[in-house]
Design a protein around this ligand. Sequence first.
Ligand SMILES: Nc1ncnc2c1ncn2[C@@H]1O[C@H](COP(=O)(O)OP(=O)(O)OP(=O)(O)O)[C@@H](O)[C@H]1O
Ligand SMILES: [Mg+2]
Length: 288
Amino acid sequence: MATASAPTAGIPVGPGLSMFDPIFVGIDEFGQPVYITLAYRNLLAGGEPGGGKSGLLNTIAAHAALSADSRLVLLDGKLVELGQWEDCADAFIGPDITAALDVLRRLQQVMNNRYAWLRAHGRRKVTALDGLSVITVLVDEIAFYSATIGGKQEQEEFVALLRDLVARGRAAGIPVVAATQRPSFDIIPTSLRDLFGYRAAFRCTTPNSSNIVLGHGWAEQGYSATDIAPTNQGAAYLIAEGGIPRRIKVAYLTDAQIAGIADYAAWTRRPTRPSAPTGSRLDWGTAA
Ligand SMILES: Nc1ncnc2c1ncn2[C@@H]1O[C@H](COP(=O)(O)OP(=O)(O)OP(=O)(O)O)[C@@H](O)[C@H]1O
Ligand SMILES: [Mg+2]
């Protein structure tokens, strides 16, 4: 029998998750696990303050951070909703419309480049085998960038860029996950809402705002996020393109849990230091 050799410093840590994998987001009303697949779909979370939108965004951010094939771009006007993931992210934008526009323009360029590459290869979408990273874009509070900070022209450019990313980013491996506490027609026009393959309605105050998130007519058919008790934070109706809304309770990560996951995820994403002396504290292996 072969004897086990001592682990060498060159063995990379395998995070074991992919953005092409189903993402666990919580449980349904029967206690069954609920998964979403974000690689080719966008997600919109809407509902009143304190409903649990940022909780869902953090759960998704955790999966993305632990996925070896994902990069994160975070826009968070409040800084604290997604702030703990900053060290895992390529970009973390706070309350700064100029920086938000810069990063969205860059993403638009990356998206155009990816489509040119796909076309050159006679393909229509990126797959897990391409070796391209999925760039997961999380926006916590669309309205903050589209209606609160900056001038009218900047806000309009933000909406136009976001719409383009939501409309075209999917097949290029750039899904958008966005939250808003103002599900109204001025923030989420129907034409933009329908581009989000997944929509999660957290507690809403009127059937109309629930419909703005889920789609017209669902409240009348009995699927209204006004049913959700104010004390039931993290409960939502989740609808996937072509399906019917499903009551879910989002898996919640505490601040301490996020800190632990983000710390580990940042470590898995560390730059390699091939020149460090073998066995030294800086010898983190030579994984690509
Ligand atoms: N899935 C959940 N399970 C249990 N409690 C939750 C869950 N999601 C959120 N909460 C509780 O609700 C509080 C508010 O949630 P969260 O910050 O996600 O709301 P929000 O919809 O993002 O609000 P805002 O619009 O003000 O940003 C959290 O601090 C937490 O205590
Ligand atoms: Mg929030």
